[in-house]
Design a protein around this ligand. Sequence first.
Ligand code: FNR
Length: 381
Amino acid sequence: MACDDGAFASFAARSRRCLPRLFADYVDGGAHGEWTMARNRSAFRQWGIVPRGLRDVSRVNTAVSCFGQTWKTPLMLAPVGFAGMLHSDREVGGARAAAQCGVGMAISTFSIDSMEDVAAAGAAPFAQIYVFRDRALTRDMLARAAACGIPGIIVTVDTAITPVRERDARNGFRHLSRPTVMQMASLLRHPRWLAGVAARGVPRIGNLAGYTTARGVMAQAREMAAQIDPRLDRAGLEWLRQEWKGRLIVKGVMHPQDAAIAMACGADGLIVSNHGGRQMDPAPATLDVLPQIVEAVAGRGDIVLDSGIRRGGDVVTALALGATAVSIGRPWAWALAAGGQRAVVAAINVLSQEVTDVLGLAGLTDIPALRAQGTDALWKM
Ligand code: FNR
């Protein structure tokens, strides 16, 4: 996604310079015509936040409790597959940045650092998992998550099918295990990136390497992606609920009936997400479907919204419409690519400051006050 209107524009631009094109396009791109991606942003433009004065806003507290944790800003880093290929700081660097800033963090099934490594970095990350066709393998991942102290799993339910992402198709992204001359040339044009990746040894999908004999990240990813169970239904979610004793969060919910099913199956919370426009295209913006989902959940669990969050105002708007917190995918990936852990800290700080500014200018001193105000804090444009 071209990021021309967000607090993260400079990180996005820098990441495109630091990464070989096929990785930059992998991060930026979306499915099919990329309409969903565009709509995720334009949806925020429908709302203004009404400035309020004559109130003491000398102290603004943006802390929130979500999914059993307390975050200093209502923000979580979303699971991003292959994030560890973007910079030598890898997912552990992202997790350390999240811990340093006091925000939430989730690591992808398709991460380069394993969940054990990320958990050992002291970041209390959530582990995003897929339900695989092979339930014994899924069960093993759950056992590993429990053993390394993962507080909750995030099961992603919007990936039954992998749609064409045209940028990836053009770049032959999924066939990188046998690079063409053009691909090699593109990688070699980024020697710093290459040295960073190589410095940590031959990359593998840390979470999954033990389940496949395939060599190389892309071959491993292809084999394991084919394992994601497209038959996952209500019974599958009930099975998962029985198997996993910790917090269960369902990600990729876009319809109130799906939200109701997830909650009836014993989910502790939801992530309203269209995968940043990387799956269904055209889909509605997450912000547009949020109110119906809030109504369906009726306070039974926390709701995080992602897809298109780029500004503090976006965060405040989502919370006014009923989200407990938000998460960001590309923005932290851009920052990681641009400058590793330090840049992720900087990016989170930029967003946190914007949240504080907007909240204060709306005459509100904390998140409960914003939630109480709800849509009264907003102006429909
Ligand atoms: C993702 N996302 C994702 N989600 C998930 O559940 N498992 C995954 O492995 C991935 N991988 C992934 C890779 C990349 C490069 C991106 C950009 C995204 C989706 C992610 O968690 C989140 O839903 C979106 O990124 C949110 O949209 P924004 O913030 O990128 O607009």
